[in-house]
Design a protein. Structure first.
Length: 131
């Protein structure tokens, strides 16, 4: 079961984050962080993200809202980039961050929105889809 979860996790991780991102992360993996990488591949990607109970679009919006609400801003650009593959539009992201503003605080939502704007601008400059 663990191997199945890991394989499925890698598949979903590549689908959501893109093969280039995953390839870079895998190439940078060392003996120190390999167990952690396995944990997130199996737990986050092979279990939570692999579930078909909600769409990737909805999961993307939830993830961005939770990252912003908990102040985990370093992960937001990566998940903004993933919206090109999950189907979450810029309007969806704005809606998620508006929820954050009301339920978790305006400063966190404001910071997340600034990161989103910066990341979308970078994606535009790089010719990536920003749906």
């Amino acid at each position: 079961m663990t191997q199945d979860r890991h394989s499925r996790g890698m598949q979903v991780r590549r689908q959501v984050l893109g093969a280039a991102h995953v390839d870079r992360a895998e190439a940078a993996k060392t003996a120190l962080d390999a167990p952690f990488q396995d944990l997130i591949t199996e737990g986050a990607w092979g279990t939570v993200w692999a579930s078909d109970r909600i769409s990737l679009r909805e999961r993307s919006m939830l993830t961005l809202a939770l990252l912003a609400a908990t102040g985990n801003f370093d992960e937001i650009p990566m998940h903004i980039r993933a919206t090109a593959r999950t189907g979450a539009s810029q309007e969806d992201v704005l809606e998620a961050f508006q929820h954050v503003a009301i339920y978790a605080g305006v400063p966190r939502a404001n910071r997340a929105l600034k990161l989103a704007k910066q990341t979308y601008a970078e994606m535009d400059a790089e010719g990536e889809d920003t749906a």
